[in-house]
Ligand binder design. Structure first.
Ligand SMILES: Nc1nc2c(ncn2[C@@H]2O[C@H](COP(=O)(O)OP(=O)(O)OP(=O)(O)O)[C@@H](O)[C@H]2O)c(=O)[nH]1
Ligand SMILES: [Mg+2]
Length: 493
């Protein structure tokens, strides 16, 4: 099941590049963590060899599957991979930079096995000038202009997939191209690929106004993509900045730091993982959508990962499932509880306004040694290896922390908490956990953007700039109503 990624606008292209680089680093690398030497002394040589072979098979299929989802093997060189991706921006600068940096990312180190990745230059569309942070310019002026060429490129990428697992689009909500042209394209995609999965990864702007009309753009794009996509995976620049400070200990946070963190979350979420007791091929977007956003009214999701440690202290960090899951629970509760530290003003403003005590669904993914909850379901090769490796202490720790995490947050639907795992460690960490959640937490950002939009719109501030590109006052009214409905859907949880 392969996924075609579509990078739109500055954010879309920058995060897309970081995402593919993180994937490549992970999948090209002979992870030393895969070769578990820890129990050397207690096991005889034959057992060790069996284990090493099992690890190798497991690792190979993980890497093969992971690569096949997001990359195509180059016909000329089997060590070189081409991202299954279409790149679009209305100005050439960012796309060109991203294209050239992927071409120069040729690895020479032995642990990367001399594998390389790049974009295919033919799959880019760019123009001279951007959309000037104007959603209407991206949607109305550029949308119709570029949609046919885009269609063609996307169709070509789809034809290169043995089986299409869906589309992953990446864009900001606040700019003009990503939000405007991106919304146009996503609606168009839905018309042509009505049965395919579409996940849109978006970034909320910094709250303290980078762009005067950012709330307009955010509300217009959210309203225009909501129906067309299956899930929205959203991060906010403020939230990620705080996470960089809290988890990575950074004092000065750049957009690159934020992008690196977002990419790690996405890679954790979409690389292969298994559900106990389920046999079958892995469908990264489908599995996410089926569990987290099966309801058409509730599609807002986000991700968090633990442990997130800086490269500097990673080699000196001692990992355990108990501490990893405990940390995840702590971070989640920090974010979920009114009075969270991610945004202190939220407490003052929203305490009690929204019913922020409920989630619709969660997915927990554990990656690394002895990560499974059970050893009873030998239904696929992964579990078979895993069960042999499970040591009781770790299993108990995983189970205890898992149950705590599960019960710390009431979930609306029965069986709303899905547990997934894969024994292959990632990010050079023996163990790591990701929580994907569909809950009311993000609603404070939506609510705030809506409030700002309504304030501006009351006096028709800046509206003429949108009308110039064919955006009617009714577009604003419909979008505001749509987002109000979205808020009330979550408030009912
Ligand atoms: N995290 C992160 N945010 C970014 C990045 N680039 C832009 N943004 C955010 O995206 C918003 C602006 O959107 P852009 O993606 O720059 O706009 P665009 O889609 O290129 O549209 P135009 O430039 O108006 O044509 C702001 O909220 C920025 O903070 C990035 O690399 N990382
Ligand atoms: Mg731009």
């Amino acid at each position: 099941m392969s996924v075609v990624t579509i990078q739109i606008g500055q954010y879309g292209n920058q995060i897309g590049h970081e995402f593919f680089s993180t994937l490549a680093k992970e999948l090209f690398c002979e992870s030393e963590n895969c070769n578990d030497n820890k129990n050397k002394d207690t096991e005889n040589k034959t057992a060790q060899n069996i284990k090493l072979n099992q690890n190798r098979i497991l690792k190979d299929s993980f890497e093969e599957d992971g690569l096949d989802i997001f990359f195509q093997n180059s016909a000329k060189n089997r060590n070189s991979y081409v991202a299954r991706c279409v790149l679009i921006d209305t100005e050439a600068k960012v796309v060109d930079r991203v294209l050239s940096s992927s071409l120069s990312s040729i690895s020479v180190s032995s642990d990367m096995l001399n594998k390389t990745w790049s974009y295919n230059k033919k799959f880019k569309i760019s123009h001279k000038y951007g959309s000037g942070n104007n959603w209407a310019q991206g949607f109305y002026s550029f949308g119709a202009k570029v949609v046919d060429s885009l269609d063609e490129l996307i169709r070509h990428q789809v034809e290169k997939c043995d089986r299409l697992g869906g589309f992953l689009s990446m864009m900001s909500l606040a700019g003009g191209t990503g939000s405007g042209l991106g919304s146009y394209l996503i609606r168009h995609l839905r018309e042509y690929y009505d049965k395919s999965a579409i996940i849109s990864q978006v970034i909320w702007p910094y709250r303290s106004g980078e762009i005067a009309v950012q709330s307009y753009n955010s509300i217009l794009s959210l309203a225009h993509i909501y129906e067309a996509v299956d899930s929205i995976v959203a991060f906010s620049n403020d939230g990620m900045q705080k996470t960089c400070q809290l988890q990575l200990g950074l004092t000065k946070v750049s957009l690159s730091d934020i992008n690196r963190l977002i990419s790690m979350n996405l890679v954790h979420a979409f690389l292969p993982s298994f559900t106990d007791g389920l046999i079958g091929s892995y469908d990264c977007l489908g599995d996410y959508i089926n569990h987290l956003t099966p309801h058409p009214d509730l599609k807002m999701t986000s991700l968090m990962t633990s442990p997130m440690v800086s490269d500097l202290i990673r080699p000196f960090t001692v990992y355990s499932w108990a501490s990893t899951l405990k940390e995840l629970g702590r971070l989640y509760n920090l974010q979920a509880t009114p009075g969270n530290q991610f945004d202190p003003e939220w407490q003052l403003k929203y305490d009690g306004t929204l019913n922020n005590s409920k989630a619709f669904a969660h997915i927990l993914i554990n990656r690394g040694f002895e990560c499974s909850l059970s050893n009873n379901h030998n239904t696929n090769s992964h579990n078979k290896y895993n069960s042999k490796r499970n040591n009781n202490n770790n299993k108990v720790a995983v189970k205890n922390e898992f149950l705590k995490l599960k019960s710390s947050y009431p979930i609306y639907q029965p069986n709303g908490f899905l547990f997934k795992h894969h024994q292959r460690p990632i990010f050079n960490q023996h163990m790591s956990s990701l929580l994907a959640y569909n809950d009311v937490n993000q609603m404070y950002i939506v609510d705030e953007a809506l409030e700002k939009t309504c304030k501006l719109f009351e006096n028709r501030t800046y509206v003429h700039q949108y009308e110039r590109h064919g955006c009617a006052v009714d577009d604003f009214v419909d979008s505001i109503l749509m987002v109000q409905q979205l808020l009330s859907n979550y408030a009912r949880l």
